[in-house]
Design a protein around this ligand. Structure first.
Ligand SMILES: Nc1ncnc2c1ncn2[C@@H]1O[C@H](COP(=O)(O)OP(=O)(O)OP(=O)(O)O)[C@@H](O)[C@H]1O
Ligand SMILES: [Mg+2]
Ligand SMILES: [Mg+2]
Length: 295
């Protein structure tokens, strides 16, 4: 990115805009929009291809994964939302998470959704969500996932213990950083945390989210971060199940199906928690907890 000149950025943005109407953008189209001569455009394109910001085929050009990452970062930087970037905090199945610095010197994280790789394995609910979109490109589904995750964090924060949502751009979200580790790696006893109390507190958060109309859908020891003081947050919300009826009407799912789906997703989340807490000798009845949450 350091090597990118203003004209490179301009061409990259033009290709991005043209991709709304093209699968691959022909060079003539870029020349027309850029109001530059063909030689200049060819030169800029060859630079962008060389540094892997653009992909190329016989039909034209497309912004690459790197290109979209760069465009998002440039936007955050231009808007003065991020002033520095550090190393990776975590790698998930669906995205990479990086340390970033905010203008007020706070640490935050930037999550890049790389969702396209897995969207077909995500089950009926997610496919419905993408149903009538013809080109399920990785970018499109990553962008949807980031928007969804940001929307959910905004709806839940600060009522439910989730990261603070700061901004959303393209396939990324900027959010508050939790200085801690996931439950999978944490040793609760070393942290001086009472497992039973923690379990109950997590159930309270699940209940609050449910009351607001959301089921996490991928809740487990990997998606709960805990700090040295024993405070925790629940992360990783893009696959959320929304209980808002109107949304489901829009997606043309009958409410019976939704009820069934919701129950099985919530029970799966609770089952994951129970499985994790078993090693701390916490044995509770899943159906009782389920009833407690939904009532
Ligand atoms: N707000 C945050 N503060 C600190 N670390 C975070 C935060 N969000 C994510 N991380 C780190 O990044 C990792 C991946 O994040 P997340 O679980 O949201 O991504 P994912 O790709 O959807 O993961 P998964 O494979 O679990 O679906 C987390 O396990 C955690 O280590
Ligand atoms: Mg995760
Ligand atoms: Mg995830």
């Amino acid at each position: 990115m350091k090597n990118m000149e203003d004209l490179d950025w301009r061409i990259l943005r033009i290709v991005e805009i043209c991709l709304k109407n093209h699968e691959w953008v022909p060079i003539q189209e870029i020349v027309k929009k850029a109001k530059l001569n063909q030689n200049e455009v060819s030169y800029r394109i060859s630079r962008l291809v060389r540094i892997k910001m653009l992909n190329t085929s016989q039909y034209g050009y497309r912004v690459s994964h790197w290109g979209y990452d760069a465009l998002a970062l440039d936007t955050y930087s231009k808007k003065d939302l991020i002033v520095g970037m550090g190393g990776k905090v975590g790698v998930g199945k669906e995205g990479d998470v990086y340390n970033v610095l905010l203008p007020d010197n706070r640490n935050a994280v930037l999550k890049f959704h790389k969702h396209g790789r897995t969207c077909f394995t995500m089950g009926k609910r997610y496919r419905n969500y993408l149903a009538d979109k013809r080109h399920i490109s990785w970018l499109y589904s990553s962008r949807l996932a980031a928007e969804k995750e940001f929307e959910i964090l905004t709806a839940l924060y600060p009522i439910v213990k989730v990261p603070e949502p700061i901004a959303n751009n393209r396939h990324t979200i900027l959010m508050g950083k939790i200085e801690g580790t996931d439950l999978k790696k944490a040793n609760l006893l070393n942290l001086g945390v009472n497992p039973e109390e923690l379990f109950n507190e997590i159930i309270e958060e699940v209940k609050k989210a449910y009351k607001l109309g959301y089921i996490h859908g991928d809740l487990s020891e990997f998606n709960i971060l805990i700090n040295n003081e024993g405070d925790f947050v629940i992360i990783d919300w893009p696959q959320v199940i929304e209980l808002n009826e109107n949304k489901f009407k829009l997606e043309k799912i009958t409410s019976k199906e939704v009820e069934y789906d919701a129950e099985s997703y919530l029970k799966r989340d609770l089952g994951n928690l129970l499985r994790y807490f078993k090693k701390y000798n916490i044995k509770r009845d899943l159906d009782t907890i389920y009833d407690y949450i939904i009532n």
